[in-house]
Design a protein around this ligand. Structure first.
Ligand code: RIB
Length: 307
């Protein structure tokens, strides 16, 4: 099994659950409140570590209570935390999540995540990364750090995965360092400018990324499954039907599962059903990291669903 290096965010999620989202200017009571570890980077690191992948988290937490909680939770979930910095006089990343019956909305304060630098990543990759290891990043840390880290990883012969979330305009040069890109539909629309209601949306998005140098594209579509594309064409992946409790972190479960499978030597195509099962299981439980399935959960689920 090859190693997986994750450069990304670690947050504390402050989750307010209510029947609906407050209107503009309205104050309303929530039905419940929870405080859990989150952050797209950390969630993906947990998702892959629970699948028995050696998952090295690279990033920053603040020197506050939240930072301690984040580190403890990652250690408990088997993530390798040796390369996480504790930034002095900085608060940890925080996400305020409004969870309603229909969906969720998130507002973030980057905090220490903004301090994640290329020199921090460079030291770790230069010291321990080897050919065919996997590198994974999202966009909750500075995009310049992500770009230079992808370039370094690619030059060292690692397989590189970018989950461009939350969406933002990306520097053109970034794409030649990305082997696999995994946006959701909204991110794909925002990055490419292609209308997600257009008939050939999936094909056009895949072509957009392939023409820029990416080798494989997965567009995740929530309860509609996902679409895989490469230079040979498209494959539609159907979702599994499950009872939805909380969709927070479902995309992270999917991305973490793909990264874990690729690290174990599987192709992306071979990993799609497995990752779809991981995200299906993640939505059946509350929270992001708290809802990530382990290998046995996914294998049992697949044997029930595919028998
Ligand atoms: O993808 C879900 C995550 O997005 C949450 O855990 C929150 O921290 C935000 O980063």
């Amino acid at each position: 099994m090859n190693n997986l290096f994750i450069v990304g965010s670690m947050n504390i999620d402050l989750i307010f659950s209510a029947k609906r989202i407050p209107k503009v200017g309205e104050t309303m009571q929530s039905d419940s409140f929870d405080m859990l570890s989150g952050g797209k980077g950390a969630n993906q690191a947990v998702a892959s570590a629970l699948l028995n992948t050696s998952s090295y988290m690279i990033g920053n937490v603040g020197d506050d209570l939240f930072g301690k909680i984040i580190l403890d939770e990652l250690k408990n979930r088997m993530v390798i935390t040796d390369y996480i910095n504790v930034s002095k006089k900085t608060s940890s990343g925080v996400a305020c999540i409004l969870l309603s019956d229909e969906d969720n909305r998130i507002i973030l304060d980057q905090g220490a995540n903004a301090k994640t630098s290329f020199s921090q990543v460079n030291k770790v990759l230069s010291k321990i990364a080897k050919k065919n290891d996997v590198f994974l990043a999202q966009l909750e840390v500075p995009v310049e750090t992500v770009k230079k880290s992808l370039e370094k990883a690619k030059n060292l012969g690692l397989k590189t995965i970018l989950n461009p979330a939350p969406a933002q305009v990306l520097p053109e040069e970034i794409y030649k360092y990305v082997d696999i890109i995994i946006p959701n539909e909204i991110e794909a629309e925002m990055i490419t400018g292609i209308n997600s209601n257009s008939i050939h949306f999936n094909k056009h998005v895949v072509d957009y990324f392939i023409n820029k140098g990416v080798k494989e594209v997965i567009i995740t579509r929530g309860c509609n499954g996902s679409v895989y594309g490469d230079s040979h064409g498209l494959i539609m992946i159907r979702p599994f039907k499950v009872k939805v409790v909380d969709t927070t972190g479902a995309g992270d479960a999917f991305v973490g599962a793909i990264a874990s499978k690729v690290a174990s030597g599987s192709s992306v195509k071979e990993s799609l059903t497995f990752a779809t099962a991981a995200s299906a299981l993640a939505v059946t439980k509350f929270g992001a990291q708290a809802s990530m399935p382990n290998l046995k959960d996914i294998e049992d689920f697949l044997s029930r669903k595919l028998e």
